[in-house]
Design a binder for this molecule. Sequence first.
Ligand SMILES: Nc1ncnc2c1ncn2[C@@H]1O[C@H](COP(=O)(O)OP(=O)(O)OP(=O)(O)O)[C@@H](O)[C@H]1O
Length: 234
Amino acid sequence: MPELRFEAAEVRVESPDLDGERTILGATTLTLTEQRIGIIGSNGSGKSTLARMINGLITPTSGRVNVDGLDVARRGAEVRRRVGFTFTDPAAQLVMPTCVEDVELSLRRTVKDRVRRKQVALETLARFGLAERAEVSVHALSGGQRQLLALAGVLATEPDVLVTDEPTTLLDLRNTRMVGELLFSLPQQLVLVTHDLDLVRRCDRVLVVEDGQVCYDGEADAAVEHYVRTVSEP
Ligand SMILES: Nc1ncnc2c1ncn2[C@@H]1O[C@H](COP(=O)(O)OP(=O)(O)OP(=O)(O)O)[C@@H](O)[C@H]1O
């Protein structure tokens, strides 16, 4: 299992609408080696920020993040080849006109032969129930179908680690179950940011993030209870 090591002293951002700098994730030291790691917490608590640091989409203001010994800030391209990421908003990563072309783009490094590449892309779409949508514009998909396509594109690259930010948010019950089964049958290490407390209970380890801090780190049921208690307190 890859070893994800966080030694991020602090993540600060500066933006024009903020009065000076603001800390969005406080000092965080973590070593994540479990196969299935969940991240839960309130809106705006810092979950996506933590998840995005794993493949260098965000670099900590100070401290460092390592993936299997690779410093994410210095060797981002190598890390990103090993760590697949899906965004909450699938529009952020769908760039090609049709569904099959989008998956083919993901496969360009691993499947060099064009005919074979299209075949693998079509097989991937079929796994996600999107076979009939292969030649359709990505803009003609429903939100849930787009979310499935984004996940299909990333998994087609066979990353060592999948970091996925709210992969079931837009999905109906059937597809939530389908994606849940898929995520938890992957051989890869999974880092799952979610508001789905049933799904996260299946993780080996769950981090609860509140106010830019990991406030609980442990077994899934206890983490969910901690989170529920936190939000129930007046
Ligand atoms: N580039 C930025 N500039 C200013 N503020 C930011 C920036 N990125 C994130 N933030 C703020 O940092 C906080 C944490 O954001 P983050 O996206 O990590 O939250 P989250 O826990 O994933 O939330 P959600 O559950 O709503 O997706 C939020 O208050 C957000 O507005």
